[in-house]
Structure formats: structure tokens, C-alpha cells
Write a protein that binds this ligand. Structure first.
Ligand code: AMP
Length: 412
């Protein structure tokens, strides 16, 4: 069911508590190396400011795991608050606590159209207490609820615009909106778009519907392969997971990355998929993983001493043909080691094929994580229908797992 969005709420004069995903990559000195996640939240943030709401932002950054804030200083979210101020062209207040007296004072001082960023919610152990653990241990439950209660008290309206964390039951994602029953609880524009593309577009796809799955491990993607085999007309496999499938077919994989303990699962998927599940006809292999390494194209068994690092030209040509004929395409996981040229060729060509398909009217959805990085690296992210901001979240969503943090929000 469609969720209410921030556009459905009158925010004027209200305290809008918004969970964003400002978990930005930083270098050793704490400089933000990519502010895409902040930029993606701007439409929701600007909407609240423009409409006279008092915006309180909360987010996690990294994995401080509730350690001491003094020793965990590199995890402060202050740099993200500063970058947001730059992008907005207006000041962003900062509270060095997410809850407690200082945070309460900062919230109370907030005026219409102003923005306050609370410190990293993961400085508090309660944020990441899993509901399963909380059910077994009343002390943990009380701790999580007390923390969430303090945050919930800050808001008249709750907004979830943190798609990358929507598959988690963190306090700021789930317990807070649970405690705000009776108040408006809605999605932001970023989450709205993610739900539209990953949900609606892939659940009632225009056909043919083709999924492309790559990446390192088949173990990470068994669930999603299985779910997509039930929905798609064709599932194309690339990346290192191909080699575990090759083992399952009784073929040799040389020194390629394999997961021998997943061979039985791979056999099961091959049987389940039948002709729908397509494996690469050839691979690009080399003796070592090095930029500019000498390569060979191999069809069939991969001999000892070499490793497969990309899909081969025959596979690329075949996959491109299938993509060109598709009307909905979902892609998750690179076709090869796209970080090291020339092993980026298969991934880049598939990315371009998706761009061409988009130009001809196909719906193209790229899962987050490495496939999003690959398409960004190729400079093509604006030329597909949607690039998800969630790595794990986009996979779990495509797998059809329920997202409690979204379910709890108001329906249209
Ligand atoms: P994942 O996180 O599972 O989507 O995997 C992404 C990673 O898989 C990227 O860092 C790629 O370099 C890596 N990868 C893709 N193909 C291969 C391959 N043939 N051998 C080793 N690593 C690969």
C-alpha cells in the first residue's frame, strides 16, 4: 500500500523529526569524500524548510557501536551537518547529543524554517538493540524504548527518508515511529521514490522483465535470485558468483573465487531456474588481478593458474541483446572486478546497455552498493530510471522481505 509522504502533512510551526541516511564516506582526516547521500535528502529537507517546519534531523554514521563519544570522535556527524549547511546555503544547528538536556534545549530553541542536526544516533547502544534481543531481555527492551521515547518526544511529525537503513529495526527507524502513534508518520521523497521503483515497478513489471545479478558471492544473493526467478522472464548471472554455478555444473574454475559450501544451493537454483537462469558463455581471465594485466578469453573450463575476473565478449553481446528487448530491468552486482581495468569492461558495457534501454522507454532500476558505484563511476547514473541508495536494503526489498520501519508509517 502507498505510504503518505511529507507532502501530505502541514508542517508549518511543527517539529518535524526526520531520519535521514547521512552515513557518508570519509577519508582518514574526516573529510567527506562523497556527499551524494546528503544531496539525495535535500528535496525532503527543503520541503520542510520552505513550508515553515522546524526540522530535526537524525542519522547514523559508521559503526561506533555505542562506545564512548569522546574516544569515538571520528564518528561525529558534525561534518555532515556542516556539508548540509553548505548545500542548503543556510545555517544548520548542531546538537552534540542526540538525546538529553543539551538536545532538548536545542530542539526548544528551534524556530520555523530552521534545521537542527542531532549527533550520531549510533553513539547510543540502544539504537541498535535488535527487537529479537529486546523481546528476550526486558532490560534491553526498556533501554531501547527509553532512548526512542526521548527522540519521539522531539517530534510532532515523523519522517523516514533513510532508505539505506529501512531493513533494520533500529530505534530511530522503528521504535520512534511506533512511539509516535497518533501523530503523522510519513516517508520522505527519497524513500517514496525507492518504494515506487523497487516496489511498484518490479512487482508489476512491464515485460519482458530481466534481472542481472553479479557481485562477489552467491551466498549474499541466493534469496534475491530465488525471488527474482519467480518474477522475471530472464535472470542473467555475472561476477564471481558465476564460478560457484560453474562448480555446480561440474566444470573447472581454475583459481577463480568460489564458494564450495554453496555448490548445493547453486545446483538447486540452476534446477529451479532452468532456461530462465543464464550463465556467462565466456569469461575474461588473467594470472593476477592487476590493472592492465594480460588477459585471455575462456569458454568452458578455466585452467589452473588463471582466474576469471569479468564476463567475456560473447556473454556481453548475448546479455546486451536480452537487455535491449526488455521493458523492465533490475541490476544488482557488477559483472566483474570493475574497480580494476580492463576487468571493468563487462560491467561498463552492461551499464551502457541499460542506458540505451532506458532511452527506448524501459524501466531500469539499479540496486545500491557496488552496482550503484559502478554506474556512477561510468558517469551514467542520471541516464537510468533509478539508482537505489540502499545496498543491503535494496536487496532485501527485491527479495520481498517486509520492512517494518516502512510498514509502521501512515498509509495514503
Ligand atoms: P557484491 O558486494 O557482492 O555486489 O560484490 C561486489 C564486488 O564483487 C566488487 O568489489 C567486485 O570487484 C567483485 N567481483 C565481481 N566479479 C568478480 C570476480 N570475477 N572475481 C573477484 N571479484 C569479483
Amino acid at each position: 500500500m502507498a505510504k503518505k509522504t511529507i507532502a501530505d502533512v502541514d508542517v508549518r510551526g511543527k517539529r518535524v523529526l526526520m531520519r535521514v541516511d547521512f552515513n557518508v564516506p570519509q577519508d582518514d582526516k574526516g573529510n567527506i569524500t562523497d556527499d551524494n547521500r546528503i544531496a539525495k535528502a535535500l528535496p525532503s529537507i527543503q520541503h520542510v524548510i520552505k513550508n515553515g517546519g522546524r526540522l530535526i534531523l537524525m542519522s547514523h554514521l559508521g559503526r561506533p557501536e555505542g562506545k564512548d563519544r569522546a574516544t569515538d570522535a571520528p564518528y561525529t556527524i558534525k561534518p555532515a551537518a556542516d556539508r548540509l549547511a553548505q548545500l542548503l546555503g543556510k545555517p544548520v544547528r548542531f546538537s552534540p547529543e542526540a538525546v538529553g538536556p543539551e538536545a532538548e534545549k536545542a530542539v526548544a530553541a528551534l524556530k520555523d524554517g530552521e534545521v537542527l542536526m542531532l549527533e550520531n544516533v549510533r553513539f547510543y547502544e540502544a539504537e541498535q538493540i535488535k527487537d529479537k534481543k529486546a523481546k528476550e531481555d526486558p532490560a534491553l527492551k526498556a533501554k531501547k524504548e527509553a532512548f526512542a521515547g526521548q527522540l519521539a518526544a522531539f517530534g510532532d511529525v515523523y519522517v523516514n527518508d533513510a532508505f539505506g537503513t529501512c531493513h533494520r529495526d533500529n530505534a530511530s527507524m522503528l521504535t520512534v515511529p511506533q512511539q509516535m502513534t497518533g501523530k503523522p508518520r510519513v516517508v520522505g521523497f527519497l524513500v517514496e521514490k525507492e518504494l515506487q521503483y523497487l516496489g511498484d515497478a518490479l512487482n508489476s513489471p512491464k515485460r519482458p522483465f530481466v534481472a542481472i545479478l553479479g557481485g562477489k558471492k552467491v551466498s549474499d544473493k541466493i534469496g534475491v535470485i530465488e525471488a527474482l526467478l519467480g518474477k522475471c522472464d530472464t535472470v542473467l548471472i555475472g561476477g564471481a558468483m558465476n564460478y560457484t554455478f560453474m562448480l555446480a555444473q561440474g566444470r573447472k574454475t581454475g583459481g577463480s573465487l568460489v564458494e564450495p559450501d554453496k555448490v548445493e544451493e547453486a545446483k538447486r537454483l540452476l534446477q529451479l531456474g532452468g532456461a530462465k537462469l543464464k550463465l556467462p558463455a565466456d569469461v575474461v581471465a588473467a594470472k593476477e588481478l592487476k590493472a592492465g594485466a594480460a588477459t585471455q578469453v575462456i569458454e568452458g573450463d578455466i585452467p589452473d593458474g588463471v582466474q576469471g575476473f569479468d564476463i567475456g565478449p560473447k556473454t556481453t553481446a548475448e546479455y546486451k541483446k536480452i537487455i535491449a528487448a526488455a521493458r523492465t530491468i533490475a541490476w544488482n552486482g557488477p559483472m566483474g572486478v570493475f574497480e580494476v581495468p580492463p576487468f571493468d569492461k563487462g560491467t561498463n558495457e552492461i551499464a551502457q546497455a541499460l542506458v540505451d534501454a532506458t532511452a527506448k522507454g524501459a524501466i531500469t532500476v539499479i540496486g545500491g552498493g557496488d552496482s550503484a558505484s559502478a554506474i556512477e563511476k561510468a558517469g551514467l547514473s542520471e541516464k537510468v530510471s533509478h539508482v537505489s541508495t540502499g545496498g543491503g536494503a535494496s536487496l532485501e526489498f527485491m527479495e520481498g522481505k517486509p520492512f517494518k520501519a516502512v510498514e509502521v508509517l501512515d498509509n495514503k
